[in-house]
Design a protein around this ligand. Structure first.
Ligand SMILES: Cc1ncc(COP(=O)(O)O)c(C=O)c1O
Length: 416
């Protein structure tokens, strides 16, 4: 049974092979891949540096259940590019990292509530699945809405703030400050809102009010980390230092991963040397934490990016910009009401007449039309997961851009 995020009507495609910027399904059909594995595939499938790392991993062994030299090197490279992270812990998925980062902040602050903006998405953790794609209450004072059954134990623990409304967000944070363990947010509302950046005022206000009340500010950079322009991640682009950062996806180039790290005094609380009883420490462990296979692949990817940062990022960013520009020209020529969104190495076209700035506006976008366009792209050899924004990767070429735009032209014609 395929997972929620992988299932699409009428049925999901099943794949057998990937190489460079291409995918082949089980029937042998070839596709240009603009899904890029939900984002981690920045260097492309089977990049030589990744193949070498896998070859080495064969010799190293796949799993020790103990720390390794590659894990330490990998951590150092992340910290080099994301200086707000002083210490880091590796886990196996972004959702796991969210779960543990929230637990850590609860332990650090000895408070129990999680504040998050309406529309921010953080994977499948119980401690993030409120008001992701649903909303409740008035826009200036949203109430938490569960995204799933089975969250009764968690839903009252959320405090929801409006996105890009600094005055009301600060008011709600101040009112709840004594209970708040963290403010958990996507620094760029990617998965949640299809790339709505926070305004300068909003981010400044959140940074200030959290600092004043000693509430850890968590940036969930699972989606945008090491994709948002260069290796400095969204926090480098925005010029704001969070207290805790959550990473995933690109840091292991396709191997399963999640990580959380941040201020030394906060990370100290999850150290095995901290406290003597369960009441004095935050416990977090796992068979596969920092496993040598993922670490080998992750280290190889980050080493390559470190040595070729400009070359890789300018290529993937330019390719995506050419696609965004081409699709913008197409919808203008065809007189289609649409917003072509995204920045750097991602893109999407949303069918709505004006730019949206928050979840309530975003939900008015015609998602059905988007899915139908994406299915038509698939029929023309472009694998874009229906309804989900797309990514570019290093092996994409100008010829690929031309094929993608040709497919968009047909798809938009059919669906509009
Ligand atoms: C911002 C954000 N946080 C967390 C996650 C969850 O990561 P994973 O799917 O590895 O559990 C995602 C997944 O897309 C994400 O976009």
């Amino acid at each position: 049974m395929s997972a929620y995020g992988q299932f699409r009507k009428p049925f999901p495609l099943y794949f057998r092979k990937a190489k460079g910027a291409r995918l082949w399904d089980v029937d042998g059909n070839e596709y240009i891949d603009v899904h890029c594995g939900y984002g981690p595939i920045l260097l492309g499938h089977g990049h030589p540096t990744i193949i070498n790392a896998i070859e080495e991993a064969k010799e190293r062994g796949l799993q020790y259940g103990a720390p390794s030299d590659v894990m330490v090197e990998w951590a150092k490279l992340i910290i080099k590019h994301v200086p707000s992270i002083k210490k880091i812990r590796f886990v196996s998925t972004g959702s796991e990292a969210v779960t543990y980062a929230v637990r850590l902040c609860k332990g650090y602050t000895k408070r129990s509530k999680i504040c998050k903006p309406e529309g921010s998405y953080h994977g499948t953790s119980d401690w993030s699945l409120a008001s992701t794609a649903e909303y409740g209450g008035p826009p200036e004072a949203p109430t938490p809405v569960p995204h799933s059954m089975g969250l009764d134990h968690a839903i009252d623990k959320f405090v929801i703030i409006p996105w890009n409304d600094p005055d009301n967000a600060v008011k709600i944070i101040k009112q709840n400050a004594k209970d708040l363990a963290c403010v958990l947010m996507e620094p760029i509302s990617g998965t949640g809102l299809g790339f709505v950046e926070p305004t300068k005022e909003y981010l400044k206000a959140l940074r200030e009010v959290t600092a004043e009340n000693d509430i850890p500010l968590i940036f969930d950079e699972v989606m945008v980390g090491f994709r948002w322009g260069n290796m400095s991640c969204a926090q480098g682009y925005l010029g704001v230092k969070p207290d805790v950062t959550i990473l995933g996806k690109v840091i292991a180039g396709g191997a399963p991963v999640g990580a959380y790290g941040g201020r030394e005094d906060i990370m100290e609380v999850v150290s095995p040397l901290h406290g003597k009883t369960p009441q004095e420490r935050v416990y977090q462990s796992g068979t596969f934490c920092g496993n040598p296979f993922t670490a080998s692949v992750g280290l190889a990817v980050l080493k390559y990016l470190d040595a070729h940062e400009n070359e890789v990022y300018s290529h993937v960013n330019n390719i995506a910009e050419s696609i965004r520009k081409g699709v913008r020209d197409l919808v203008t020529d065809m007189n289609i009401q649409a917003q072509v969104v995204g920045k750097f190495s991602n893109f999407e076209v949303h069918f709505t007449d004006k730019p949206y700035t928050n979840l309530r506006e975003f939900l008015k976008v015609n998602k059905d039309k988007l899915r139908r366009v994406d299915l038509e792209l698939i029929n023309r050899g472009i694998f874009k997961l229906p309804g989900h924004f797309a990514f570019t990767c290093f092996p994409h070429t100008k010829e690929d851009v031309a094929k993608i735009l040709e497919a968009y032209q047909d798809a938009l014609k059919i669906v509009s």
